[in-house]
Design a protein around this ligand. Sequence first.
Ligand SMILES: C[S@@+](CC[C@H](N)C(=O)[O-])C[C@H]1O[C@@H](n2cnc3c(N)ncnc32)[C@H](O)[C@@H]1O
Length: 216
Amino acid sequence: MTMVSDHEIRAVSTELTKTRYNRIAPLYNFIEAIPELIFKPWRIMLLAKAKGKILEIGVGTGKNFPHYPSGACVTGIDIADRMLVIARKKASKLGLPFDLSEGDVQSLHFPDNSFDTAVATFVFCSVPDPVQGLRELRRVVKPSGRILLLEHVRIDKPIIGWLMDRLNPLVVRIMGANINRRTLENVKKAGLRIESVEHLGLMKMVKMIFAKTDKA
Ligand SMILES: C[S@@+](CC[C@H](N)C(=O)[O-])C[C@H]1O[C@@H](n2cnc3c(N)ncnc32)[C@H](O)[C@@H]1O
């Protein structure tokens, strides 16, 4: 019997995630148009705290770009090149000199302590190994820095949580996103310290998390 390593499973899942987001890239802004009416004020609140050298992971189509403080120095990555094509057009339309490239948050190509702030909005639902991705953010953010997250999570209520678990495989297949992630627990597992959490939206399903690296 051939044994498959965790590393190989992660590589295959990451390729699948990339394929799914490349597939939905042309429709992404359309699909998200209605939820975006709710998300936009949360993005504004989150990004008001972004300072110094900023890394945004999973930039998608660049929905956060207009909300960074003016003059912000942003490096952005995404695993899906077709999402990046749209993000680049948006940055250019807004006249923002952001540095955008393809990359995987689970294995970042930046040295330790490179950034003051890391940002992720609605990303850790689709990263195959979210704890590894969060560990990478901890590594590349300076000890004095901060990690800003906006993520939807599993609702911890008996029937709804159970339903989310049952529906999850279908949603992953269509959208590439898991609807039952326990992101607050994952943030702690990655060695980050949660500074504050705001519980937002329907049944408090969305969490705005500010975390510190807690490293010397
Ligand atoms: C739901 S979209 C969110 C996009 C954007 N952050 C927003 O708020 O609209 C998730 C994004 O994360 C990207 N992504 C998924 N896994 C990733 C990974 N391992 N590394 C980097 N980006 C990833 C996807 O390609 C996609 O663009």
